[in-house]
Design a protein around this ligand. Structure first.
Ligand SMILES: [Zn+2]
Length: 211
C-alpha cells in the first residue's frame, strides 16, 4: 500500500557538543499500520532530539505526513511552507481522503491527534478557544497569553493555558459548551472549510466568528 509508514536514516550532529547521531526521520507515519508511533508522538518520544553524549534535548520538527488511514485523518507538519511543500501537499491532496490539516509545530500536531482521540472536530475546538480566551481576558491585562492547547488526562478534558508570567494553567473543557458552539457555527464552519490541507487555528476560527 502506498500509504505505509516510510522513513530515512539521516546523520545529525548535536548542536551543543557536535556528537554525531543517526536519526530515523519519518516521511510518513501511518498509525493505523503502526499504532505505537501515535503513542510515541503523544509521549514526546518521536519528534525530539536527545544527545546520548551531553544530554542536549530539543524538539525536532521536520516535514512529515501523519495519517490515520482507518480514521481518515491526515495532518501534514511543515515548519515552513516552501514551494516544494506546496507541491507535496497538492500531490498528497489527490491521494488521500478525509480530514486534511496543516500544522507547523509538534504541539499543534499532538493537539489535533488528541482532539480526534476524543472524537471531536478541531474546527469547533478552535472556536471554543476564542470563547475561553474572552472569559480569561481579565487575567490577560497584566500578563500575556502565549498559547492555549487542548489536552486530556484520565478522562478529564481541559485547555492548557500558557501565560508569560504566571506560567501554565488549566481550564476545564465543557462538552456541552462544545456542542452548543458546534450548533451555533455550523454554517460558518462549512463556509470556511476546504477539502485540502488547511490550517485550522485561532486565526481560522476568528474568521468564522467575526466574518
Ligand atoms: Zn551533544
Amino acid at each position: 500500500m502506498s500509504n505505509n509508514t516510510t522513513y530515512s536514516m539521516e546523520e545529525l550532529a548535536c548542536p551543543q557538543c557536535g556528537h554525531k547521531h543517526m536519526l530515523r526521520k519519518y516521511k510518513r507515519i501511518n498509525v493505523t499500520e503502526k499504532a505505537g508511533l501515535k503513542e510515541d508522538i503523544l509521549k514526546n518520544r518521536l519528534f525530539v532530539f536527545r544527545c546520548e553524549k551531553c544530554n542536549y534535548l530539543a524538539p525536532l520538527t521536520y516535514e512529515c505526513h501523519y495519517t490515520d488511514s482507518k480514521r481518515k485523518l491526515n495532518i501534514y507538519m511543515a515548519p515552513e511552507v516552501t514551494e516544494e511543500t506546496e507541491q507535496t501537499l497538492r500531490d498528497l491532496n489527490e491521494k488521500v481522503e478525509g480530514t486534511k490539516r496543516l500544522v507547523d509545530n509538534i504541539n499543534d500536531l499532538k493537539e489535533k491527534i488528541m482532539i480526534r482521540e476524543n472524537h471531536m472536530d478541531d474546527r469547533v475546538v478552535e472556536l471554543v478557544k476564542i470563547m475561553v480566551i474572552n472569559q480569561i481576558k481579565k487575567e490577560m491585562k497584566d500578563d500575556t497569553l502565549m498559547n492555549i492547547l487542548f489536552d486530556y488526562h484520565e478522562g478529564e478534558m481541559f485547555f492548557l493555558v500558557f501565560f508569560e508570567k504566571k506560567g501554565v494553567g488549566k481550564i476545564p473543557f465543557s462538552l456541552d459548551h462544545y456542542r452548543q458552539i458546534e450548533r451555533q457555527y455550523r454554517m460558518g464552519i462549512l463556509d470556511h472549510s476546504r477539502d485540502d490541507f488547511m490550517k485550522v487555528d485561532l486565526a481560522w476560527a476568528g474568521n468564522v466568528m467575526f466574518r
